[in-house]
Design a protein around this ligand. Sequence first.
Ligand SMILES: [Zn+2]
Ligand SMILES: [Zn+2]
Length: 317
Amino acid sequence: MRAAVLTQQGAPLEQQELPDPEPAPGQIALTVRACGVCRTDLHLRDSEIDAPRLPLVLGHQIVGISDDGRRLGVPWLGWTCGECRFCRSNRENLCIRSRFTGRDIDGGYAQRTVADERYCFALPEGLSDEQAAPLLCGGLIGYRALTLAGDGKRLGLYGFGSAAHMICQLAVHQGREVYAFVRPGDERTTAFARSLGATWAGPSTEAAPEPLEAAIIFAADGSLVPQALRALDRGGVVVCAGIHMSEIPAFSYDDLWQERSIRSVANLTRGDAEAFLALAPQVPLRTTVTTYPLERAEDALSDLRAGRFEGSAVVVP
Ligand SMILES: [Zn+2]
Ligand SMILES: [Zn+2]
């Protein structure tokens, strides 16, 4: 099979011809139809988070067809132990032995892959392979972040990429007001957020027009944490949804006072996947995707780094 392989962190992906992966007991083999591009892939490529082993096939938003003809989605969480204190308390997202797709297990920037059958999900029928792929990380982890943000009406989204463009639609469907904060000067993304139902969209340096009940930070910029905190109403929460963030600047305790809180979201559970994938067709959720052939996987990462597209990028082998 052909695959785009990370052989060295900080260097471009290499196109390679590899043997087809063989499924171990409990795994199934899939022919990859589409694989979403996530900022985590870029963090691994750019050495912002550690790759536990190399060479590595990135990609953890896989839409594939099993050898018996089922269309399945494979997310970031690829394996859990089922025995640790987190697995036994409904928090498998925090499993101490967890293994992740496209990090510990070769992922979907390839023509074939294997996945633990317990972590393969049926996908909504109304979405093409390319449109469904971004649901598997941006959608799922965005949904977990939205759940942990509580049910407040006025929701801020900081960073309006793949995850936010889906969570905006879901939040509007739930009757919330979405306030979208984008990079200063980014008029194209401001208009994109408004087109998806945001009540307000503007630069992240601007104050929110109304105090927010919750804010989700999808961007990897730590300076957004105190900014989002200052946009919150009393009792509000800032949810940091990314796997990596630059350093958070110091801020006054006054900004946290009145029961405001900051928390992170890590990974997903199978329960999140089942709930979100059932909800998506009810919205109905539509993704804006830019597709890249497998040979251009490196270009997809470059375009994500530079913010050259709206919504999600998807690699099609
Ligand atoms: Zn991801
Ligand atoms: Zn565990």
